[in-house]
Ligand binder design. Structure first.
Ligand SMILES: NC(=O)c1ccc[n+]([C@@H]2O[C@H](COP(=O)([O-])OP(=O)(O)OC[C@H]3O[C@@H](n4cnc5c(N)ncnc54)[C@H](OP(=O)(O)O)[C@@H]3O)[C@@H](O)[C@H]2O)c1
Length: 253
């Protein structure tokens, strides 16, 4: 790791935040108690005090059902708090602002794979709030304040379920590969404004789960009737390299 800058990672106690702690142990990781991102004064005081060079923004209301149930909280957390954070970051001379973006901004039509230039069309409120935040962040991009939207899909390990679909496909990575990908993006000094961090090939969820549980039980979409599930959740990248999913055999605990 060649990063020498002060890095601030908004994380609370999140799944991806825990993976970042292993890859970037010296970064600042304010919890919600240290820096509630919806409190503008607290965010400004924290950034003014710690003077980060790089902000990696993870904190969000990242649950699809919770965003549907409480749209006010979702909007305040994912949109308004992000807008304040990016504005304050620029004001206090942060050089790079990296936003972890969900692939839920896409509509996931069957058999379509989405790259950085694909048109977003979120199907639910979580995806909508993340998309609005992305557009706000992009509008701040400049030569002295670089913004990068890093879109990805990940799971933590161990695999949480007794079965896995043999006929649903994705390019998901384990969380620590995503954190590693962000570290590489920072190190590379790339200026691409949107980057997809994804696996090198689409694999079935069953094959993926087997990387962790070799005796995982198979199931198919025919075994499952509600809610409607997306058959393929694979991302492509035009501007970054892909990751060999089998190599990402980390333990997230
Ligand atoms: N899961 C995926 O596959 C995926 C894919 C791409 C991008 N992302 C994005 O990656 C980021 C992290 O996702 P995740 O799955 O790790 O989510 P997560 O486990 O739900 O973590 C989100 C974190 O945000 C914190 N948070 C929420 N509101 C806050 C507030 N007002 N102030 C401070 N912290 C607050 C939460 O803190 P508390 O613990 O205190 O509630 C929690 O620790 C999100 O931006 C998500 O949209 C996720």
């Amino acid at each position: 790791m060649t990063i020498k800058n002060t890095i601030l990672i908004t994380w609370g106690t999140g799944r991806l935040g825990k993976a970042f702690k292993k890859i970037l142990p010296n970064a600042l990781y304010p919890s919600r108690n240290d820096m509630d991102i919806t409190n503008t004064h607290v965010v400004e005081s924290y950034i003014k005090l710690h003077k980060p060079d790089i902000v990696i923004h993870l904190a969000a209301l990242a649950s699809i059902p919770k965003c549907e149930e409480n749209k006010t909280l979702a909007w305040n957390t994912n949109v308004l708090a992000t807008r304040n954070l990016v504005k304050i970051s620029k004001k206090y001379w942060v050089k790079k602002f990296i936003y972890l973006q969900s692939a839920c901004i896409f509509s996931w039509e069957d058999d379509f794979m989405y790259d950085e230039d694909s048109i977003p069309a979120p199907k639910h409120y979580y995806g909508l709030t993340k998309l609005v935040a992305e557009e706000i962040i992009k509008s701040y991009n400049s030569d002295i304040f670089q913004t990068i939207i890093a879109r990805t899909n990940f799971t933590t390990m161990p695999w949480e379920y007794p079965k896995a679909f043999t006929d649903r496909y994705w390019t998901y990575l384990f969380a620590q590969w995503v954190a590693k990908g962000i570290e590489e993006i920072i190190d590379s000094n790339t200026t691409f404004p949107i980057i997809h961090i994804c696996g090198e090939r689409e694999i079935s969820m069953y094959e993926y789960a087997q990387l962790w549980w070799s005796d995982i039980k198979p199931m198919t979409l025919a075994d499952y009737d509600w809610p409607a599930l997306t058959r393929n959740m694979s991302l492509l990248t035009k501007y970054w390299h892909t990751y060999k999913i089998e190599d990402s055999n980390y333990n997230d605990n």
